[in-house]
Design a protein around this ligand. Sequence first.
Ligand SMILES: [Zn+2]
Length: 121
Amino acid sequence: MHEMGIVNSVLDAFRAEARRFPGGHICKVGLRIGELAGVATDSMSFCFEALVRGTELEPLELEIEYCPRRHRCSICGSLFPAAMDGAACPDCGAAGSQFAGGDELEIAYLEVEDGASTART
Ligand SMILES: [Zn+2]
């Protein structure tokens, strides 16, 4: 299960981020995962729970933002979900769209609890 290694590196990046909030507890992390990232989101959740359990990071909630593969039309600039290379644009019908996203694997946001308020970064 290679998700375990991915979650480990995500948690490393997360700990580095957490140092920016001394005195606050990060209660929630949002992860952006693209369709093409080669990651099973349910395995990610499972590994995340397993790796956070019993650590100083607890309690920490994970929210996964799933990003489908997207293309940008080279004619009208429209952004749309596409399953394959060169998919036709749904707006103007032009073929030959360019790959424009769907391989994300990054921290989207952190929610910090400082006792009184919750901040989104
Ligand atoms: Zn178009």
